[in-house]
Design a protein around this ligand. Structure first.
Ligand code: GTP
Length: 296
């Protein structure tokens, strides 16, 4: 039998390039939450892909960004950079249609990574004219010296087979880190909280989603269903009403959609209760950040 290849692969990139979409498509599960809003991902999350030829542990990271340096944003950047210390391979993901100063920031970090570097040019479907890809590929190849450049449309699953082949080729021989039937390192209650946050981000506008976090307070396996109670924490009192909505409409919609997603992911019926509480200024309060699970 040929030797198995196993290891960790970090997906890095500025916010909104499609890292979480890529991770979900590769693993085949809705693990990482995806919205059209930048800075959706806040936590390091591992998605596991196991095949006969080995195991790829994909590490999704918050997008590296240059936004206002409050406590939460500083921690998001630190989490993204720290992920590079403990992986075998780095994949830099970019958006084929938009290059920004934040991509430069990421490229500088990736160029310093000592192991194999892979470049993924995502959102190929957004390009009318693909001739720009040649110039982009040449420029980034000399800057990052990647082992390969792959072109993907993660939202449609295009180009992923070649990416998986390349990742296996880059990984060292070894034994799997995770059991074959495990697809993430995160507990189900973390995934449940994230699914509530995903719906809140999709339903709410402007700045409110960035001041929100969700904690699961009760997670109980009952005979025929899971009983989950989650707390939505807002940073300002005036946001509470917006989260709840007129006659509770927003919260009801968030709850029923999140509940459906949870039932699908966790493979059983779910009873979901949601509560909203204000914790003023938590995004810039180091103690609150610790308590709310934003460890460095
Ligand atoms: N057109 C198109 N849209 C995509 C593609 N991949 C991802 N998207 C969309 O891009 C948006 C951002 O995707 P995410 O996967 O959340 O991006 P991310 O890089 O994880 O973002 P952060 O969490 O902000 O770091 C979502 O609306 C996705 O549906 C793609 O290949 N083509």
């Amino acid at each position: 039998m040929t030797e198995r290849r196993c290891g960790h692969v970090a997906l890095v990139g500025r916010p909104n390039v499609g890292k979480s979409t890529l991770l979900n498509a590769l693993v085949g599960e809705h693990l990482a939450i995806v919205t059209h809003k930048p800075q959706t991902t806040r936590h390091r999350l591992v998605g596991v892909l196991t095949e006969a030829r080995g195991q790829i542990a994909l590490v999704d990271t918050p997008g590296l960004h240059q936004r206002r340096p409050h406590g939460l944003n500083r921690r998001l950047n630190r989490t993204a950079v720290a992920a590079l210390d403990s992986v075998d391979v780095v994949v830099m993901v970019i958006d084929a249609a938009h290059w920004t100063a934040e991509d430069d920031l990421v490229a500088d970090r990736v160029a310093r990574f000592p192991g194999p570097r892979v470049l993924v040019i995502n959102k190929i479907d957004l390009l009318d004219d693909r001739s720009s890809l040649l110039e982009m590929t040449a420029r980034l190849s000399s800057r990052l010296t990647p082992t390969a450049v792959l072109y993907t449309t993660a939202s449609k699953g295009d180009g992923l087979g070649d990416l998986v082949d390349e990742l296996f080729a880059c990984l060292p021989p070894g034994e799997p880190f995770y059991p074959a039937d495990e697809f993430t390192d995160r507990p189900a209650r973390f995934l449940a909280a994230e699914l509530v946050r995903e719906q809140l981000m999709l339903q709410l506008h402007q700045e409110i989603p960035y001041g929100l976090t969700v904690q699961v307070e009760r997670y109980e396996q009952q005979a025929r269903r899971l009983w989950i109670s989650a707390l939505i924490v807002v940073a300002e009192d005036r946001h509470k009403g917006m989260v709840i909505g007129r006659q509770g409409q927003v919260l009801k919609r968030v709850g029923s959609r999140a509940r459906r997603e949870m039932a699908e992911l966790l493979g059983q019926p779910v009873h979901l209760e949601l509560h909203v509480r204000t914790r003023a200024g938590w995004v810039d309060d180091e103690r609150a950040l610790d308590e709310l699970g934003f460890a460095d």
